[in-house]
Design a protein around this ligand. Structure first.
Ligand code: UDX
Length: 430
């Protein structure tokens, strides 16, 4: 099938590349000419395992292309996927201006019947409006239907999550649209769930919010564990044998970040408010998360008189391992506080240092190995569970740091092993 994809961010680009990988002919559209040229040259604008390789292969084999010329790309497409961003507005609602721009361009370009598929996360009811909007602006006498097909990929594992997704959600208002989307996904061999358009939109928010709830719940319990003398790792182990609870997304730590959970919790709360419904659980999850992000810093303030003149090693900056993304990363809140308190920060991250350097070009020393950050340090904070950081042995802290004092926001180590190595160690919920 001829597929066009609007937007080449995480969702758009990864989806486009995966459709090509499965044999469709795909053209990815973006307004950013520099980005398009980069992709034509085989360079991925985002850091994702396997993506660049697949881009090069599918481009060379003629199934994948990139353009800024949206009209030519949309004109004869069988399906157009919208994967543009829906960032958060100051009031917490989703900014739909990129969706509107894409819809308008589609309406003014299509010259044959086509299915427009919204992959972006949009408030319930948006796709009804997108369909009407496109119909209002059509310049040719063609039939355009809109379907909702939310994306569940996580950064760092985006390609795998798309090719081996737990499910494909198809939200349509007609059998024809459902059949067409099922055909597009047929080569993926994944479970497909067909629902109404509004249910599909809701499934995305309900899923992300549930995961955010799970994290905040376990962080809440972890904080209580500390107070009552229980160990969160043991508690989760015991809980996880109950199949109804499961073991995933129960890693206690310094809270969730990234481009989805913080934004989607706010957007769902905002949506509920519009219907005069107070979504209390989600509000609580967001509140717990906000506090959790700086919990370790607050703990360290009880131990230290000042950060002035102290060398502070910061290990891990990205909001999670496997990505260079710093959006809503807990490290940011802590770094701002540490700088405010006069700390000399030496930061290490295998991928995200360059992005932090844009924000703090001179205030932080960026190093290429954890040992460089730890050498002579008075305190160490761990904010991301990178493999490179997990591999640091307890002895290394003792060997390199001036005072082996470690605050671990990801519970990487067993308390006992750090104690045995002579490290003063603080983590979450233990
Ligand atoms: C998330 C969803 O997983 C994905 O399905 C959706 O499409 C987009 O949002 P992403 O934000 O990329 O994906 O990362 P994810 O792995 O879900 O982690 C989000 C945040 O939660 C990270 O900061 C991570 O460190 C944190 N987290 C995750 C925890 O603190 N504890 C956990 O147990 C799991």
């Amino acid at each position: 099938m001829n597929i066009a994809v609007a937007g080449t961010g995480y969702v758009g680009l990864v989806s486009g590349v995966c459709f090509a990988e499965k044999g469709h002919k795909v053209i990815c559209v973006d307004t950013d000419k520099e980005k398009i040229d980069l992709m034509i040259a085989g360079i991925s604008p985002i850091y994702e395992a396997d993506l660049e390789e697949m881009m090069k292969k599918n481009y060379a084999e003629g199934r994948l292309n990139y353009t800024t010329e949206y009209a030519a790309a949309y004109k004869n497409a069988d399906a157009i996927f919208i994967g543009v961003g829906t960032p958060e507005l100051p009031d917490g609602s989703a900014n739909l201006s990129y969706i509107a721009t894409a819809a308008r361009q589609i309406a003014e370009s299509v010259e044959q019947d086509c299915l427009v598929v919204v992959k972006s996360t949009v408030p319930v009811g948006t796709n009804d409006k997108v369909e009407q909007f496109i119909k209002d602006f059509l310049t040719h006498d063609v039939k355009v239907e809109v379907a909702s097909n939310p994306e569940f990929l996580a950064q760092g594992t985006a390609v795998r999550d798309t090719l081996k997704a737990s499910r494909v959600i198809i939200g349509t208002e007609s059998k024809g649209a459902d059949d067409k989307l099922r055909k597009i996904y047929e080569p993926f061999g994944l479970p497909i769930v067909s629902v109404s358009r509004r249910s599909a939109e809701m499934i995305k928010y309900a899923s992300n919010n549930f995961l955010a709830l799970k994290i905040s719940y376990i962080n809440d319990i972890a904080n209580l564990c500390e107070l009552v003398g229980a160990d969160i790792e043991e508690v989760v182990k015991g809980m996880s044998f109950d199949g109804r609870i499961g073991s995933s997304f129960l890693n206690a730590g310094i809270g969730y970040g990234g481009s989805c959970f913080p934004k989607d919790t706010k957007a769902l709360k905002y949506l509920a408010k519009q219907y005069s419904y107070d979504l209390k659980t989600v509000g609580a999850a967001a509140e717990v998360n906000k506090k959790q992000k700086t919990k370790l810093f607050m703990k360290s303030c009880k131990r230290l008189i000042t950060f002035q003149g102290l060398k502070v090693a910061v290990l891990g900056l990205a909001f999670k391992h496997g990505t260079d993304d710093l959006r809503e990363a807990p490290s940011l809140d802590n770094i701002a506080l540490l700088l405010e308190q006069g700390a000399d920060i030496y930061a290490y991250d295998p991928a995200a240092s360059g992005n932090l350097e844009k924000k703090y070009p001179n205030e932080i020393v960026y190093v290429h190995a954890p040992e460089e950050a730890l050498k002579g340090a008075n305190v160490c904070f761990i904010f991301t569970e990178w493999k490179e950081i997990k591999e640091i042995t307890p002895d290394t802290y003792k060997k390199y740091m001036k005072t082996p004092l470690v605050y671990d926001g990801r519970n990487i180590y067993k308390t006992e092993e750090m104690k045995n190595a002579g490290v003063e160690y603080y983590s979450i919920g233990r």
